[in-house]
Every structure is written in structure tokens, then in C-alpha cells.
Design a protein around this ligand. Structure first.
Ligand code: GLY
Length: 319
């Protein structure tokens, strides 16, 4: 058994481990863990308490993938429900679809009987107001001080903060039967344009799992992982025989090849190969991740491999 997660998964990893220890599935473990992060009001990058879009609305994205069957479920721009990961799992299990967004996603959550609630906490609302006040010139506001809605497309270039695009939670688990599952959840890029989706709910971009080879999940600037199909790339590189390290490094090199300013680019990834070995990588220094495997009494917080974006090159190193 093994579980690997982004560091903000510390509130969920013990619950996931308990499920694995009791013989539960990797799928149940990653969902349970992600739900606990979605519940955490201190985490402003995931679930309840997440930072909102430009209009002050919290919009949540999540996806889950079952590496045994390659079934997946995803939810984008969900408003009013704190557990997009569970809605995503229900899409996977109850609908003939993979991906629901916006009003359809909210309709489905309501149909499932989930409670509707305000997800914007006072703390997150204050940061949002201060952030907009600090960054947007006066002419973006009307007389009452509200952001002029026809100016959102200009505002999104000025107000969004790439630092805050980096927050997301990743969980990848392998259970006693060797089954792999992955779950990713986020409130996305703070002060994003309403309806913006990142890589988190895009299967193949921010999340991919396949028992036969391994799994990968991303945090960071989702637009890049969408363009490079990063999580799926890692698994595909494993499939053609790369080592896990080479697969991750090459997927990052693919992604950074088209970035105009690599120094400003923050991307991180956790990955697991089918034999249970793992690898983590980040373009930002001093980033950590958490990990637990058989024989460990508790989870460990460990440093990620830091890569200077300019030093990454595609690799053909194989196992
Ligand atoms: N990686 C999360 C996002 O871009 O929304």
C-alpha cells in the first residue's frame, strides 16, 4: 500500500491510510482524503473557504480516476456544493458521462441530495476584496464600488495572481490489491474569469491513473498542463518504457517548452509507478509533498525534486 499527496493533503492522508489498512479500495481512500481537504476552511485553494472568481463566487473543480477500469469522473465550475470530488465520483458511477460543468454539475449535486451552501468564507471574501482593491484601477468600478461586469476580460489580466493558481490537492493511492486511483480537487485560480477551468477536472491534464503503468496528478498553472496533457503524458512515457523519473522530467520539459517565461512558471506534480515507487517534481524551490507506505508509522513530509525550468530537457532514458 502507498499513498502520495500534495502537502495540503495532510488533513486527509490518515483517513485514506485507515481505509487502505482495512482492505478498502484506492478509490475510496482518495475520495475520503480529498473530502477532508475540501472541508478545511483554512485551505483557500480547495473546497469550502476557497478563493473565489472575479465576481466573488467560489467555483470548484475536481476529478477522480479509477486506474483499474480507466473510468473517470470530473466536475467543473461547481457552485454551492463543497464536495466536488464526490460529485465527480457519482458522475463516474451513475451517469454515462465523464464531465459535468456549471449549472448541470450543480443540478446533479442537488439531485444527489447534497446540501447547498455558501462556500465563500469571510476570510476568503476579505482577501478577494483587498486583492481587487489593490490591483484594479478605479475605472474598473462603478459608483457603488462594484467591478463593472463588462470589464471582466480586462480585469482578469490585471487581477489574477499566478501565485494563487498553484493551490490544488492531489492524492494518488495504491491499495492492497495493487489498484491505483487518483483524486484532484481545487477552487482554481483565485479571481479567475467566471467559468474558467484549470487542469484539475481535465482527465489527462491534471489527473490520470492506469494500474498497468502508474498515475500522475498536477498542481500549478493549469492552463499549461491542459495544453501539454501532462498527467497522461507521464503515464504514456511509462508505458513506452521510461523510468518514472524520466517520464516526469520529460512531461515537464514538454510543458515548459512553450512557456515564454519559465522563471514565472509554477508547476508541481506527484507521480506513482505500478510497482509503488514514486517521484515528485516542482519548478518552485523548497516545495514538499507527503507520503506513506507499508512499514511507516505515519506519513512523512519530504522535499520535492526541484527543477530549474531552463534546465529541463526531454529524456529518452528508459528502465
Ligand atoms: N492547478 C489548478 C488550476 O489551475 O486550477
Amino acid at each position: 500500500m502507498v499513498i502520495i499527496a500534495s502537502s495540503n493533503g495532510d488533513v486527509g492522508i490518515d483517513a485514506a491510510w485507515a481505509i487502505l489498512e482495512q482492505g478498502g479500495t484506492a478509490l475510496d481512500a482518495v475520495e475520503a482524503a480529498a473530502r477532508l481537504v475540501e472541508d478545511n476552511p483554512e485551505d483557500h485553494t480547495v473546497g469550502y473557504g476557497g478563493y473565489p472568481n472575479l465576481l466573488g463566487e467560489v467555483e470548484l473543480d475536481a476529478s477522480i480516476m479509477d486506474g483499474t477500469t480507466l473510468r473517470a469522473g470530473a466536475i467543473g465550475a461547481l457552485r454551492g456544493y463543497r464536495h466536488p470530488i464526490t460529485v465527480a465520483r457519482k458522475v463516474m458511477e451513475e451517469l454515462p458521462h465523464v464531465f459535468l460543468v456549471g449549472e448541470g454539475a450543480a443540478r446533479f449535486a442537488a439531485e444527489l441530495g447534497m446540501p447547498r451552501e455558501e462556500l465563500l468564507t469571510d476570510v476568503a471574501a476579505n482577501v478577494w476584496r483587498e486583492g481587487l482593491n489593490g490591483k484594479l484601477p478605479e475605472h474598473f468600478r462603478d459608483r457603488s464600488g462594484q467591478l463593472i461586469k463588462s470589464m471582466l476580460r480586462q480585469a482578469t489580466h490585471i487581477a489574477t495572481d499566478p501565485e494563487r493558481a498553484a493551490g490544488t490537492v492531489n492524492f494518488i493511492a495504491q491499495d492492497q490489491k495493487g489498484r491505483i486511483a487518483s483524486a484532484v480537487s481545487t477552487s482554481g485560480w483565485a479571481w479567475k474569469y467566471p467559468g474558467r477551468l484549470g487542469d484539475t477536472p481535465v482527465i489527462g491534464a491534471g489527473n490520470y491513473a492506469d494500474d498497468r503503468f502508474g498515475a500522475a496528478a498536477c498542481t500549478g498553472w493549469g492552463e499549461l498542463a491542459i495544453r501539454a496533457s501532462t498527467a497522461r503524458s507521464v503515464v504514456l512515457y511509462l508505458q513506452i518504457g521510461y523510468t518514472l523519473e524520466a517520464a516526469c522530467q520529460t512531461a515537464f520539459a514538454d510543458l515548459l517548452a512553450f512557456v515564454s517565461d519559465p522563471a514565472q512558471t509554477i508547476m508541481s506534480m506527484v507521480a506513482l509507478a505500478r510497482h509503488g515507487n514514486h517521484y515528485t517534481i516542482s519548478t518552485a524551490p523548497e516545495r514538499t509533498y507527503i507520503y506513506r507506505a507499508d512499514g511507516m508509522d505515519t506519513f512523512a513530509t519530504l522535499p520535492r525534486v526541484f527543477v530549474e525550468p531552463s534546465r529541463l530537457t526531454a529524456s529518452s532514458q528508459t528502465a
